[in-house]
Design a protein around this ligand. Structure first.
Ligand code: ZN
Length: 384
């Protein structure tokens, strides 16, 4: 029997393949036999762990970039709020610690990194006490720690801001004003020119519930404290006022009953007339009956009017501090002698200035605190 050369080659090739396959299988069996059962289990476990870890990493790799961007947005918002409302970086805002269970406070300094640089953060400094899955990949753990700290910081800031707002609310109410109405009016844009921040609704709520709460708390604090600062509680002249002069009285010229819309301060001609609160001079000139008049806008719908003046020491547009001289006492207009006619107008309506001039020490203390914060913010803005 003759077999062609071609077929001889084919048979040889097939025989070789079969031989190799058998050798491979034998080798695998041999290797497996060489390993102890414990070693085999360990290898299986390692393989399973590696597969699980790969799945986790793949899952988090997609989220890490997104989470980091989120955290950076939130951090920027916190820093902006800190500057706008406190004139400082977040690190300098250190309200008393309030452990409210959600995220236990483990002696943590507020975030100091101006930008989130996840690559260079030392994990050892990120202790928050929050429950974070130790099986997460390292970069996901760093982000989870950061998020917990940020949340914690936002909560502590919220508590501090709410405390300030509550104090200001009490003081404003004691001055006979309606705190809720003030905040409402400011939110609809009728609050006067001094609110720098109208609560850009939308952004904070996209940064989470605690950020939305913080935004509205900051707005409320801002309105109430700025109203306190705007309250004309400073003496408009260093002379005694006629304390009974506000309200109905007999007109000094006609003797008929007439509404007197301010308080009178009799004193020597030329006595310095002082701004009763910080604000901007919005009128310098004559008004019928009032003679020479200066008006100062204090924001939040509060305006003071100084009348019967003999001279002016301020110009329209000038920013004046409380106690700064703006004019000189006189007797122009319908006046029977040298005196200051002092008026306070709330949203255009004259009110008795006495409740402001006679504000109690506790109210003035809260006002002073508010003035310091608002002043420090103004200083920071001025320095820019
Ligand atoms: Zn008067």
């Amino acid at each position: 029997m003759r077999v062609s050369a071609v077929w001889q080659k084919r048979v040889a090739l097939i025989a070789g393949i079969v031989l190799l396959a058998w050798a491979g299988a034998t080798l695998a069996v041999l290797v497996n036999q060489l390993l102890t059962s414990g070693e085999r289990a360990a290898v299986a476990q390692q393989q399973a762990a590696a597969a699980a870890s790969e799945a986790r990493i793949a899952k988090y790799r997609d989220n890490v970039a997104e989470t980091a961007a989120d955290l950076e947005d939130r951090q920027e918002q916190l820093e902006e709020w800190s500057k706008v409302h406190f004139g400082v970086e977040p690190a300098a805002v250190t309200p008393e610690a309030h452990s409210d269970g959600a995220a236990p406070v483990a002696e943590q300094a507020p975030l100091k990194t101006s930008r989130l640089e996840t690559g260079r953060l030392e994990t050892g400094r990120l202790e928050t006490g929050a429950l974070i899955d130790p099986n997460l990949p390292p970069e996901a753990q760093i982000l989870a720690h950061l998020e917990a700290r940020q949340e914690n910081f936002a909560n502590r800031l919220l508590t501090a801001v709410n405390e300030r707002a509550a104090k200001a609310e009490g003081a404003v109410a004691k001055l006979g004003m309606n705190p809720a109405a003030l905040v409402r009016n400011a939110a609809t844009g009728r609050g006067g020119p001094f609110i720098p921040y109208r609560g850009g609704k939308g952004r904070a709520s996209s940064l989470g519930k605690s950020f939305a709460a913080l935004e509205s708390a900051l707005f409320r604090m801002e309105v109430l404290e700025r109203t306190l600062v705007a309250i004309p509680s400073g003496q408009p002249a260093n002379v005694l006022m006629l304390s009974s002069s506000y309200g109905y009285r007999s007109d000094p010229f006609t003797g008929a009953g007439a509404m007197h819309s301010g308080l009178d301060f009799p004193g020597p001609m030329g006595s310095p007339i002082l701004a009763a609160a910080p604000g901007r001079v919005v009128f310098v000139g004559q008004k019928s009956g009032y003679g020479n008049v200066v008006e100062v806008d204090h924001g939040q719908g509060i305006l003071t009017r100084y009348a019967h003046l003999s001279g002016f020491t301020s110009k329209v547009g000038a920013q004046v501090a409380a106690g700064e001289q703006i004019a000189k006492m006189g007797s122009t207009g319908r006046s029977t002698g040298s005196h200051l006619h002092f008026e306070v107008r709330l949203n255009g309506v004259a009110v008795n200035p006495r409740r402001f001039l006679e504000a109690k020490a506790d109210v003035l203390e809260v006002k002073d605190d508010a003035r310091q914060r608002v002043g420090s913010v103004a200083a920071v803005r001025g320095a820019r």
